[in-house]
Design a binder for this molecule. Structure first.
Ligand SMILES: [Zn+2]
Length: 345
């Protein structure tokens, strides 16, 4: 059998990942830069009841949080064909097929096998979800909240500049689920808007039924259960140009805004005193192997727990430094100068 010479680099650069995904039966929203959905890989070894699979169509890479598979468009095709991407000869055959179908002009020889321009990709059946009421987690929103008041005193009185407020998309919400709260857009690890958190502006109104922070709830629609899980991503994580030398990890939103405003943009929050295993993985993925993770939790018992959890999960893999706040203090109490001193910048 004749094997064409394949320029893998050129092929990867020219492959339209959305077209490849569609070829394997996935439905891609037009104009979308991201795809989220059930994992289509035949070797996915888990339940297919949550959209664990995400693909960045611009960068041509994919990842499944369920089975851990990740790679580029070529490796995706190989896995769909039940081929081990490490098997060079087999991978070359997959590459040749992809090239013939999607980038016929790239080929340097064997014009006799050139794909007919009318050849249509044959649809592949999408695996059906196993659960009766499928659960979809952190599905990107198809709307954004309008009419948020970015000049609300809650934000301005805390020293946040209009630039910071705009940068994080914050604003007071006067109706709906987030009525009387500051709405905080939440983006998942690949930058898709997956929900809003709402922060009470008048702490005197906080009760068990009216918590300080409200996160998106569970809802049923179209025979599916939609769930939001903050433990699957880091607040501000999508903005970090990974891998970085130094990453700061804080508990809450306000600390992220404050540090960012004070010239420390490489900061993420776990959105609470806990750090899930997934969040720890994400933190490590953002920091170089010889980089540093700086933990700056609040100066209270929850902050202590936050730091201990992070140390346990991350210190075996990265240098970790815990910047202890004085009792009752938060990172937002530190001045620009104090922050830089604490972090030895
Ligand atoms: Zn998978």
């Amino acid at each position: 059998m004749k094997t064409n010479w394949i320029d893998f680099k050129a092929l990867r650069a020219n492959l339209d990942f959305a077209a490849v995904l569609e070829h394997y039966g996935l439905t891609i929203k037009s104009k979308s830069k991201q795809h989220h959905g059930f994992c289509p890989l035949p070797n996915h070894n888990g339940k297919r009841n949550s959209p664990s699979f995400s693909a960045n169509l611009e960068r041509g890479i994919f990842q499944c949080f369920g089975c851990g598979a990740k790679g580029n468009a070529l490796e995706f095709a190989a896995l769909m064909e039940k081929i081990d991407p490490r098997d060079g000869a087999a991978l070359r055959e997959v590459a040749a097929k992809l090239q013939q179908r999607f980038c016929p002009d790239l080929r340097g020889d064997a014009p006799d096998t050139k794909a007919s321009p009318t050849a249509k990709p044959k649809p592949v059946k999408k695996p059906a979800p196993e659960s009766k009421l499928p659960v979809e987690v952190n599905v990107p929103l198809d709307f954004t909240l309008q009419g948020l008041d970015a000049s609300h005193p809650y934000l301005l009185n805390r020293g946040f500049t209009p630039e910071t407020i705009v940068r994080f998309g914050l604003g007071y919400c006067s109706r709906g689920m987030l009525k009387s709260r500051v709405a905080i857009p939440l983006h998942d690890a690949v930058g898709a808007l997956v929900g809003y958190a709402g922060r009470v502006v008048d702490d005197a109104t906080i009760t068990e039924d009216n918590p300080r922070y409200r996160f998106p709830g569970e809802r049923k629609r179209d025979g599916k259960l939609f769930e939001f899980r903050k433990t699957l991503f880091l607040y501000n994580g999508y903005r970090i140009k990974a891998p970085v030398d130094d990453l700061i990890v804080v508990e809450g939103f306000t600390s992220v805004w404050w540090l960012d405003q004070n010239g420390l943009p490489d900061v993420v929050a776990t959105m609470g005193a806990d750090c899930s295993e997934r969040q720890a993985e994400l933190i490590m993925s953002l920091v170089k192997p010889d980089g540093h993770v700086w933990i700056i939790p609040d100066g209270d018992a929850a902050g202590e727990r936050h730091a201990q959890t992070l140390l346990a999960r991350i210190s075996p893999h990265r240098f970790v430094r815990w910047v202890k706040m004085a009792e009752g203090k938060q990172p937002t109490d530190l001045s620009d100068k104090e922050l830089k001193l604490e972090l030895l910048l």
